[in-house]
Design a protein around this ligand. Structure first.
Ligand SMILES: NC(=O)c1ccc[n+]([C@@H]2O[C@H](COP(=O)([O-])OP(=O)(O)OC[C@H]3O[C@@H](n4cnc5c(N)ncnc54)[C@H](O)[C@@H]3O)[C@@H](O)[C@H]2O)c1
Ligand SMILES: [Zn+2]
Length: 311
């Protein structure tokens, strides 16, 4: 990724004094060891409290470089330049930073807001298609869980978004950032309403883990949203036709609706998830399209919903 955009960014930042450091790509490098290499580079470059770290890359780089900056010298300024759709609409918004530890995702980290986020949508043109669709799952999630008007605007512009027309992309990304930042502003540290952003993530995380992380995150979230919607429908909150409608949009962007996993295993994995409290599985359901709420569904309800996404 650095080979694609680093030169352009470096020349854009001239004549400021800029130093450049790159890390290996991928979740497996989202570790304290990589952060340590960042600290070493900061020392070598002579960064001080007036320096700014710019994280250029996907969510892995953003979470990790932001964490390194906000802990170096008790915190220096950092900015994000996210280059994947997922990081533009999700990871770069909200100030959650950190690394994985002992096999647990994002176990070590801090909350700290960037000085600014710079999004250049043209970087999405070099993204592998499955990374683009993965980001689209979070975009659609924002509409389904929090804003029906936004969801309708996505449906209306779906061809243009898929074709990556700049204006359509800009509007979709801006809308998502607005929805997420509005929630974060009310609950920065996830003690309440921010949980709604986990719509699709309860069973989503389970199928993602069961695939051995072969399933891209957003693909797992798409499947999780189908389960959450079907649970909502079983309570008579939303109509089957609304699920069909949402599924059509997910499929249009190449997202799966089913996982290759057994219902028992998905349930067990959900129970083990760190977000399940005292063995209770907390789910995010839809009161209606565009309005989510949290609850603790019964085991029967969960099995009914999981059944729909397995096989
Ligand atoms: N902080 C948060 O609130 C938050 C929210 C959601 C996700 N996350 C984190 O974000 C991470 C996932 O982020 P991601 O999906 O961006 O994955 P990623 O950072 O691993 O990037 C995916 C791949 O795409 C490459 N890449 C990046 N930009 C590219 C471009 N423009 N063209 C071609 N290739 C490019 C990267 O080098 C990498 O190989 C996870 O670690 C997750 O925990 C954090
Ligand atoms: Zn997610």
């Amino acid at each position: 990724m650095a080979s694609l955009y680093a030169d352009a960014v470096l020349s854009e930042l001239q004549p400021a004094k800029v130093s450049f450091f790159s890390v290996k790509a991928g979740e497996s490098f989202k570790t304290l060891q990589t952060v340590e290499t960042m600290y070493s580079a900061f020392v070598k470059f002579g960064l001080d409290r007036k320096s700014v770290v710019l994280a250029l890359g996907g969510g892995v780089v953003g979470d990790m470089a932001g964490f390194a900056a906000s802990t170096y010298m008790r915190g220096i300024q950092f900015a994000q330049a996210p280059t994947t759709l997922l990081s533009q609409v999700d990871a770069s918004v909200g100030g959650k930073l950190g690394v994985d530890f002992m096999g647990a995702k994002n176990l070590i980290g801090v909350f700290c807001q960037p000085a600014f986020v710079y999004i250049n949508t043209s970087t999405l043109r070099t993204l592998p298609p499955e990374q683009f669709s993965s980001g689209m799952a979070e975009v659609i999630k924002h509409g389904l869980a929090l804003d029906a008007d936004y969801l309708n605007s996505l449906k209306a512009a779906k061809e243009k978004i898929k074709a990556m027309e700049p204006q359509a992309l800009k509007e979709a990304i801006e809308g998502s950032c607005r929805i997420k930042s509005n929630i974060v502003a009310q609950d920065e540290r996830e003690t309440g309403i921010r949980e709604l952003l986990n719509f699709g993530h309860t069973s989503g995380h389970a199928v993602e883990s069961l695939s051995g992380f072969a399933l891209p995150h957003g693909h797992a979230v798409a499947i999780g949203m189908v389960a959450a919607m079907s649970l909502s429908a079983s309570r008579g909150l939303i109509a089957e036709s609304e699920i069909e409608d949402a599924c059509q949009l997910l499929s249009y962007f190449g997202l799966p609706l089913k996982a290759d996993a057994s219902p028992d295993k998905v349930f067990e994995m959900m129970r083990l998830d760190k977000k399940s409290k005292g063995g209770e599985i907390h789910a995010v359901l839809l009161e209606k399209i565009g309005k989510a709420f949290t609850c603790v569904p019964s085991k029967d309800e969960l099995f009914l919903a999981i059944g729909r996404i397995c096989g």
